[in-house]
Design a protein around this ligand. Structure first.
Ligand code: SAH
Ligand code: SF4
Ligand code: F3S
Length: 441
């Protein structure tokens, strides 16, 4: 039997795809590159905004036709599978297997059922499951906490990934990372909706700052983490980063809006001034830290003045990078039920203004790296011909001439040029190349 998984959404979904694919392989499946070659097609879905949901619908439309033509088994997993909206879609497109994000451990059971198998329960064993290392990869994700205790009014995630934060046992996390290290991985990214809540549900577990130090002590060259919530991004975390050279100097701290009125409507639990204090604290301990954020423009009720507050916050912080989204009303969220959506043109215009501003900041921030040396984890060839592509400890995408970095590995690079989106550089030293065994794809 041959299987293919299509993945939408965030890093959590990428990890879940890896976990399910590993399980399928151990069940005797061969993972194939193309949908046309597969007998089992799983769609790992995202529901955070309307766009990814539309993508899932159009893919399922094609897959349903394919199923009618040649009888494949069709599955839906991921965040959309957990929501009534997604289950209606699954029904409509004849999905055989539906597994919520907490039920992905049931894939073997689902396949054995030989008929419709839908499950959206949270398997209590899930946090203990140790994923096998991805073959030949230099970089891997490691979830440390699932679910979200916050209730941002626009967001579906607490309903899809769980409304109570559950930390993964530290020994399981460390075991998984040790396995990755043995397999040749040089960079791990610790994952969670709010990684800095780690351990708050379990007094017997380390805190996030302590966990960072423990992971840092394992001797992997690079450790990153995503995503942090401003509310409990505390000084002990920043100190742990400052004390641990392996930890990336990169902090993604979503602010969502610069207006207190909107932050309150979003139920973000902090004010603009609290956020700015956090940034000051980070800069004090980590002056070189690269900062990125998430922004939602056009939240219901956002006035021109509120939007201006986001612009001025931008200029106060100077983000290196930002992920900017137009507000998307999601069924079942408090914001969609209680607030009136703004006209699309208003939202689009604001997004364009913000993108312009971010571009200027990114260019200025990136230019400050010209002439300096960075350590780049090269993944492979870039889309731009003649270049290899990777990212540094600050998560900047970096391009180097392909002949200087003939394969994946860690390289020291002198930055020679910058654009708003990229750094360009010359390799000055090869730091680590995987051995042929590790390089097997
Ligand atoms: N847990 C993380 C982010 C989860 S979702 C955090 O709290 O920071 C990733 C990003 O998608 C969010 O930070 C937000 O900017 C965006 N997002 C979530 N729901 C959205 C919606 N309904 N419309 C537009 N953007 C949204
Ligand atoms: Fe969603 Fe807010 Fe939780 Fe992030 S903190 S996952 S935006 S509810
Ligand atoms: Fe999407 Fe779920 Fe991630 S909604 S962004 S796949 S947590």
């Amino acid at each position: 039997m041959r299987a293919h998984i299509v993945t939408y959404g965030c890093q959590m979904n990428e990890y879940d795809t890896h976990l399910v694919a590993s399980e399928l392989v151990s069940l005797g499946f061969q993972m194939v590159e193309a949908v046309e070659d597969a007998d089992l097609v799983l769609v790992n879905t995202c529901a955070v905004r309307g766009k990814p949901v539309e993508k899932v619908k159009s893919l399922l439309g094609q897959l349903r036709k394919e199923k009618e033509r040649r009888g494949l088994v069709l599955g839906m997993m991921g965040c959309l599978a957990q929501l009534p909206e997604g289950q209606r879609i699954a029904e409509k497109f004849g999905v055989d297997i539906l597994l919520g994000p907490g039920a992905i451990t049931r894939i073997a059971e689902a396949l054995a059922a030989q008929g419709r198998f839908w499950n959206t329960d949270l398997d209590p064993a899930l946090p203990q499951v140790v994923a096998p290392p991805p073959r030949g990869a230099l970089s891997a994700y490691v979830p440390i906490i699932r679910g979200c205790n916050h209730r941002c009014t626009y967001c579906v995630v607490p309903r899809t990934r769980g409304g109570i934060e559950v930390s993964r046992p530290p020994e399981v996390i460390l075991e998984e990372i040790e396995g990755l290290k043995r397999a040749g991985v040089v960079e791990v990214t610790l994952l969670g909706q709010n990684v800095n809540s780690y351990g708050k549900d379990r007094p017997d577990y380390p805190s996030f700052a302590e966990l960072l130090r423990m992971v840092g002590a394992l001797g992997l060259p690079r450790v990153r983490f995503l995503t942090s919530h401003p509310v409990n991004f505390t000084e002990d975390i920043v100190r742990a980063i400052a004390d641990t050279p392996a930890i990336a100097r990169y902090i993604h701290l979503p602010v969502q809006s610069g207006s207190d009125r909107i932050l309150k409507r979003m139920a973000r639990e902090y004010r603009r001034s609290d956020y700015l204090k956090r940034i000051e604290m980070i800069r004090e301990h980590l002056p070189d830290a690269v900062l990125s954020t998430d922004i939602i423009v056009g939240f219901p009720g956002e006035t021109e003045e509120d939007f201006e507050a986001t612009l001025t916050l931008y200029d106060k912080v100077g983000f290196d990078h930002a992920y900017m989204f137009i507000y998307s009303a999601r069924p079942g969220t408090a914001a969609a039920e209680h607030f009136q959506d703004l006209p699309r043109e208003v939202k689009v215009r604001r997004l364009e203004r913000l993108i312009e501003k971010q571009k200027a900041w990114s260019l200025e921030k990136n230019r400050a790296w010209v002439g300096r040396e960075v350590e780049v984890l090269v993944r492979g060839q870039a889309r731009e011909s003649g270049f290899a592509e990777g990212h540094d400890r600050g998560n900047h995408p970096v391009l180097v001439p392909a002949h200087q970095a003939p394969g994946p590995g860690l390289y020291r690079v002198r930055v020679t040029e910058a654009s708003p989106h990229l750094l360009f550089g010359e390799v000055t030293e090869v730091l680590h190349r995987p051995t042929p065994r590790e390089a097997v794809a």
